[in-house]
Design a protein around this ligand. Sequence first.
Ligand code: ARG
Length: 464
Amino acid sequence: MAQLWGGRFTKETDALVKRFNDSLPFDQRLYRQDIRGSVAHAAMLGKQGIISDEEASKIIEGLGTILSDIESGELVFTNEYEDIHSFVEAHLIDRIGDTGKKLHTGRSRNDQVALDMKLYIRDEIRETDLLLKHFLQTILRVMEENLDTFMPGFTHLQKAQPVTLAHHFGAYFEMFRRDREHLSSLALRMNTCPLGSGALAGTTYPLDRDFTAKELGFDMPTRNSMDGVSDRDYLIEFLSTLATCQMHLSRFSEEVILWNSNEYRFVEIDDAYSTGSSIMPQKKNPDIAELVRGKTGRIYGALASLMTTMKGIPLAYNKDMQEDKEVVFDAIDTIKDNITLFDQMIGTMRFRKDVMAASAKNGFTNATDAADYLVVRGVPFRDAHGIIGRLVLYCIEKNCALDDLSLDEFRQFSDQFGEDIYDAISLETCVEKRLTAGAPGRASMVSAIEASRQYLADKTEAER
Ligand code: ARG
């Protein structure tokens, strides 16, 4: 009885354990990095006389054929192999025989996987940075085209003071610029090579770690071999940068959704980037923006997941760390799609300048400027604030804007008002007078745009 059940159970469990333990289904995407690391390792083994030059060349050549066969689709990933490292090594041995068995001299899969992930993240930093740069170019173009597109600026989602679309987009330019800066500083900070750390304690072979570090484009080898194999901080930093970037995308999405709503009508999303309803024929939904906003959970989740995975791991390598891959890969795939689609959606969106300007006009966004008008004429600010507050209340009762009042009506509240009040509180004046650095006034924005253009022309660390 037990044997029947046990035999069956053992067999089932074996299959499950294999599936549970294997990482090839997801770490196969590291094949380029894995082969690149192996080529550098083999070259170093040859140079150090740990294997012969001939053997090194044979290994490097064999690795080259594996790479090109994977790329061409001739060599496919089959699930009898545990992970990308075993897959490549087994195929190398198949192809070049016993010499292939020497590749793993002085190396462990622990330093190998640490290297692969670092190389991979370095590549992905570059790609993400490039997408962000393109997105910033789109944002900048909208800014350049909308220096005089007036719209209400909001606080508490209540109309506050008038700004321009250029200024509003300029705020997002700063956010995504900071995201790029995080990527660049991470690229610098993580640029140490774990290869040669061995399983945890280095090795007795005379490895030249400086050589492999240099070959692979690192600044230097990692300083401690136990840390070398078990450091995943750079993944956490990377995910934290993606999470912040995603938070920016999500805020932007929220605004696009609001602006696209029937109540705001500030923008119209291009047909190619919106979808309809299966039942309500009139609908044109901002699904892309909603999905981008919705995917925030996955990216924050990846960060929380890896932070939690790492928190109880004693030194050095433990298999828990294999759990870094799927969440990191998913976060990368997700944010790259998000940035690309959002960029395209923003780039094709139509801005209803008339609706924005009208909205800015009828929400008392010029009340601060009306108060400032009195201040210039000697009324203390606190009194001016009170006078304009009473004027606003008067307008609300009359259902009109400050600009609609007659001079007589203005003067019922203060005799300091003159004919020039209308010019002083016009939308144009309210924006144009805001010329402090970073403000929406045209001259300030022109120099902000110029500086942004210059910034995009310079290469960042992540681009190098
Ligand atoms: N698949 C493993 C990972 O992703 C590779 C390292 C395995 N090392 C080991 N000693 N089992 O972390």
